[in-house]
Design a binder for this molecule. Structure first.
Ligand SMILES: Nc1nc2c(ncn2[C@@H]2O[C@H](COP(=O)(O)OP(=O)(O)OP(=O)(O)O)[C@@H](O)[C@H]2O)c(=O)[nH]1
Ligand SMILES: [Mg+2]
Length: 451
């Protein structure tokens, strides 16, 4: 793929800093380097140089690095200038690069070129963005693993196993009259079982990674005055939300992120659910309901003193919850009835008894949230991944399950082959072999400029 444009961008964060980095990539780089530095620096060696303006005056003095193609991040000729990190200096240098024939890089365009030139695949490119955005050490570690290609290698192994299976099946299609049974039922069963084990292992690692990256959306909902805002404050460890005796205190949706053992919880406190007369409160209730639809888990807060007497006190309220969202009943205010903190995950919905006021039972709630999300703390081998990756993995797995099932019942080789092919296409979306231009654009435009 020939890309004729030479692109340039400030790669360091905006604002003042000791050092600011500006980079250019493309075919004009050697010519630009000579114009700015008065010579072409030796490849991959830091060179102290004056950065010259159009009038021959020095704009700054710093370090220049020249990476000739293809041994560079983008796979093209790349020039990196490390200047003093003042916004004005970096602006002047960028202007100079534009004068010399560069155009401004779009967000993620350096990485996009790295992808187009085969330096990295899409999953690796996404991991680079994830590393930059990582909110915890665990998330950063998962991103580094994927950036180094571990996730892609696992996908490659699955692809190879499916290809093997396809070869067998296609042999059966090509030589239908042969006596040999290319795919005896037992051998197929074993291969599919092995494939599924591979799928399960990588899906688990990817789910951990997606959790680390995106966190869990936990919506705190319930009747007015149940203690939702008190629970938010207690989980965060700060008085974020206003707490008051008066029902209908919270009207806006409040959001706060906390980490529990490395797992990001996106906590969302909402207005108490009731038929409000007041227009502002009614809008709060409408917003609360809209948050509920996007929840990964709802903490439905109840007053232990009133509602713990039996399901008739809360069953009807739950009918209002969006279908399919996991719910935990939180019986709050146990200090008022002198009940012990407890957690019961065997009932549906799960129930926690706690006190937002004293903090008793909060540990139970935290471990329940981690368990409910399938999160394992510590060195879990997580691989930075996104929901789109999990979705592709699930689709591929479903195709293989369907293929195996059809094969058992009909032994129609053509369908089997077709399902395997569809599974491979789905896996190909993860690494970018089969990704549409629209999706590529969407992925790279979410990057920073200069990356
Ligand atoms: N004793 C006791 N009181 C609590 C507890 N949690 C909350 N409260 C009290 O209950 C009242 C309501 O608390 P909030 O946290 O504002 O309740 P809320 O559910 O956010 O209420 P709205 O925003 O109005 O829907 C306040 O007076 C709190 O001090 C608890 O665990 N024990
Ligand atoms: Mg509140």
């Amino acid at each position: 793929m020939v890309l004729l444009d030479t692109i340039a961008a400030i790669a360091s964060a905006p604002g003042r800093g000791a050092v600011g980095v500006i980079r250019a990539s493309g075919p004009k780089v050697p010519h630009i380097a000579v114009a700015i530095l008065a010579c072409l620096p030796p490849p991959r060696m830091a060179q102290v140089a004056d950065f010259l303006g159009g009038d021959g005056e020095s704009i700054d003095r710093g370090l220049a690095l020249y990476f000739p193609a293809p041994a560079s991040y983008t796979g093209e000729d790349v020039l990196e200038l490390q200047a003093h990190g003042g916004p004005l200096i970096l602006d002047l240098l960028l202007k100079r690069l534009l004068e010399l024939g560069c155009r401004m890089a779009k967000a993620g365009e350096f990485s996009e070129r790295a992808f187009l030139n085969g330096k990295i695949d899409i999953a690796q490119a996404e991991a680079i963005a994830d590393l930059i955005d990582a909110g915890s050490a665990a998330a950063a570690r998962a991103a580094v693993r994927s950036m180094q290609g571990e996730f892609s290698r696992h996908i490659g192994t699955l692809q190879a196993q499916i290809t093997e299976l396809r070869t067998l099946v296609e042999a059966a299609i090509d030589f239908p009259d042969e006596e040999i049974d290319f795919l005896p039922g037992t051998a197929l069963g074993e291969r599919v079982a092995k494939l599924f084990m591979g799928f399960d292992a990588i899906t688990d690692a990817a789910r951990q990674g997606a959790l680390l990256r995106e966190g869990l959306n936990v919506v705190i909902a319930g009747k007015p005055n149940a203690g939702k805002s008190s629970l938010l404050n207690r989980l965060v460890g700060e008085e974020i939300a206003i707490v008051a005796d008066q029902p209908g205190t919270t009207r806006d949706v409040l959001r706060q992120q906390v980490h529990v053992d490395g797992l990001p919880l996106n906590l969302i406190d909402t207005a108490g659910l009731r038929a409000a007369d007041d227009a502002v409160e009614a809008e709060g209730v409408r917003r609360a309901r809209s948050e509920l639809r996007q929840a990964d888990r709802v903490l439905y807060v109840l007053d232990a003193a009133v509602d713990a007497r039996g399901p008739s006190n809360w069953r009807a309220e739950l009918g209002d919850m969006p279908p399919g969202v996991p719910i935990t009943l939180v019986f709050n205010k146990i200090d008022l009835i002198a009940a012990p903190a407890s957690l019961d995950e065997s009932c549906e919905p799960a129930q926690v008894f706690l006190s937002a006021k004293t903090g008793e039972g909060l540990g139970l709630l935290r471990s329940h949230l981690k368990r409910g999300a399938g999160y394992r703390s510590g060195e879990s081998g997580a691989l930075s991944a996104r929901r789109r990756h999990l979705d592709a993995l699930n689709r591929a797995r479903a195709c293989i399950a369907r293929a195996a099932e059809n094969w058992r019942s009909t032994r129609a080789v053509e369908f089997f082959a077709e399902d395997l092919r569809t599974a491979q296409l789905a896996l190909g979306e993860i690494t970018g072999e089969m990704t549409s231009d629209d999706l590529l654009g969407e992925i790279f435009r979410s990057f920073c400029i200069g990356k």
